[in-house]
Structure formats: C-alpha cells, structure tokens
Design a binder for this molecule. Structure first.
Ligand SMILES: C[S@@+](CC[C@H](N)C(=O)[O-])C[C@H]1O[C@@H](n2cnc3c(N)ncnc32)[C@H](O)[C@@H]1O
Length: 262
C-alpha cells in the first residue's frame, strides 16, 4: 500500500529544487515529440505530474492548449516561478491524478504522465487513474507515460549480482544492496521473481519514496482493455521494443509506453 508520504516527499524543498532545474527530455520523450510533432499544433495537452516543469518548456510552445497538473502545491509554485516571465498565459494547477472528475469526457488529445509519476500511487489507484485517463482522452489521441521496470530491479535483490572483480566496487555495491534490503525487509529476490508488480523503496531521493515497479507484459495487460495500439520504448535509447523478447530482456530501470485512446 502506498500512502501519502510520497506527497510529503514531493513537497520537500530539496526534492522540489531538484525537479525545478531539470531541463532535458529523456530519449523516449525525444522520440515521441518527433513522432507527434505534425499533430501537436492542434492538440490539447494535459501534463500530469508536471513537477518542476521539465517537460513544459518542450511541449508548451508546440501545442494548441496546455494544462500542467501536480498534486504537490510546492511543485506547482516552483513551476509558476519558472515560467511566469516566459509563458504568462500558462495554466498550472494543483490537482491529483487520482481524482480527474474536474475534466470532462473526451477533453484531451495528448496526456503525458512523464518520469514515472504514475508509480507513486497504489495499485488500486493506478488502475482507476488509467481508466480515468482513458475517459478524458479524445478518440485518436495519445497517452504517453513511463513506469519502473520490475525486471531491472529484480537482479539488484540478488547479492551475487553485486560482485565485481574490483574489490572497491564490490564493497560499494554491497553497501547499496544492504540499504535496498534493509528498506525493503519484506521483499526477497524470490518474491520479486514471482510477482508481476511490487511496491518498494529504491535509492532515488534517499529511499524516501514508495515506488511501483511492473513487468512490461503486466503493464500491457493493464492497458489493453482501455487503450489501443500500445507501444513500448526503451528509456535509454528511445527505440521501440517491438518483440516480446526485447521487452522481457530489457534492463532499463524504466520503460515508456505510448497508447491511443479508443
Ligand atoms: C518523478 S517526478 C517527475 C516530474 C516531471 N514530470 C518531470 O518529468 O520532471 C513525479 C511527479 O509526479 C507528481 N505526482 C505523483 N503522484 C501524483 C498524483 N497522484 N497526482 C498528481 N501528481 C502526482 C509528483 O508530485 C512529482 O512532481
């Protein structure tokens, strides 16, 4: 179960500061911006979990309408400060992806939930959020998001993976392994291997976040009833993973998913 300690972490000044200064698009986001470029000028976009506005500066100038939403008011304040000079007309709102009832059916051509923002809510809420996103998305439009890859973290729960020919590297790796196991005492290598998704505390922001990790095959299963034309992209290379084998063997810490609204 994920509780709102994640919101507390995303409202903490060091974390807000970190996101406020991020600039670069990730490789899979570059791929998608190129793919959608001809359509963006006619699109109404919802940037969910906008954080400090890393994606805003890339998408706002290209789309017809843009709304950025985040459940952390500290993130929205940071984002407003960042853009109040350059984009005075921008709409940035405090709002929770778990309650999208303010938005009407078929409202958006493009919904982005970037940099794994969807991974900070519970499993039940995740399924509800996916359903709500499919409701507010317009037919022919797109939903694009990333999520942590369970298969990538799995091996980090196995001590053997941390051994190296370099004794110093082995030492550092084993310390990180001890932290990972210490913060996730109820999870073992075997339990992770047997599961399709897991909620755990990883090293990002010093183990302060509870993060949802999922296998690509399971993520596709969650999406299939709600969306069509589901595609998976490597976070690192930005290339599409077209076969099951590629998706199952990819060790990127997170994967991007593009799908279309019915
Ligand atoms: C990893 S940060 C990414 C920020 C930004 N999208 C980026 O790519 O730099 C995840 C963001 O999702 C937001 N978030 C997490 N759960 C949310 C929810 N239920 N509703 C709205 N925002 C949420 C967090 O506050 C945080 O700003």
């Amino acid at each position: 179960m994920i509780n709102d300690k994640n919101l507390t972490t995303y409202s903490t000044s060091d974390v807000v500061h970190y996101y406020q200064y991020l600039q670069q698009l990730q490789p899979a986001e570059e791929t998608i911006i190129q793919l959608l470029k001809p359509k963006l000028p006619t699109m109404k976009m919802l940037d969910l979990g906008v954080g400090g506005g890393r994606t805003t500066q890339h998408f706002f100038p290209l789309v017809k309408d843009y709304i950025g939403v985040d459940y952390s008011s500290a993130m929205i304040n940071a984002c407003q400060q960042r853009f109040n000079q350059s984009y005075p007309s921008i709409t940035l709102m405090v709002g929770d992806a778990r309650n999208l009832s303010d938005f009407e059916d078929n409202s958006f051509d493009f919904i982005l939930f970037s940099f794994n923002g969807i991974d900070y809510i519970s499993h039940e809420h995740r399924l509800k959020v996916l359903q709500e996103i499919s409701r507010i998305g317009k037919s022919g439009g797109y939903f694009f998001f990333s999520s942590h890859n369970l298969q990538a973290i799995e091996k980090q729960f196995n001590w053997k993976y941390h051994l190296s020919f370099n004794p110093f590297k082995t030492y550092v790796n084993l310390i990180m392994f001890a932290f990972l196991r210490g913060f996730n005492a109820s999870l073992t290598y075997q339990t992770i291997q047997q599961n399709q998704y897991a909620i755990l505390r990883d090293e990002s922001h010093n183990f302060r976040l509870q993060t949802y990790y999922i296998r690509a095959s399971e993520q596709i299963k969650q999406l299939e009833p709600l969306f069509k034309d589901i595609k998976v992209y490597s976070w690192k290379t930005g290339l599409e993973l077209t076969t099951n084998h590629e998706r199952m063997s990819c060790s990127d810490m997170w994967l991007y998913y593009l799908c279309c609204f019915h």
